[in-house]
Ligand binder design. Structure first.
Ligand code: ZN
Length: 90
């Protein structure tokens, strides 16, 4: 069975404020966004093949955004968080 990239990390959920502006009414506010903190494991899990090992060498600790949408604090409309802000390397 091939390893998933997720097997290389210890995952912990955390919440962080993020400044976003609503595309409908232009209101800017801070929103609490849920992220997954992925910390690389000290050693590669059992069952890793050479391909897994190459990936494991390359992966780094990062935050992965879980929330895709927020509701505007002013107009209450739902909007999407820009996708280029979906991952932050630590
Ligand atoms: Zn709005």
């Amino acid at each position: 069975m091939a390893l998933n990239e997720r097997d290389f990390f210890t995952e912990k959920t955390e919440s962080k404020p993020m400044s976003l502006s609503c595309p409908q009414c232009r209101h800017r506010d801070d929103y609490q966004i849920t992220w997954l903190r992925r910390t690389k494991k000290d050693r590669i899990p059992n069952g890793a093949d050479s391909r897994d090992r190459a990936i494991f060498e390359k992966v780094r600790d990062h935050l992965y955004r879980v929330d895709d949408f927020v509701n505007c604090a002013r107009c209450r409309r739902r909007f999407e968080i820009p996708s280029h802000q979906s991952m932050v390397f630590l």
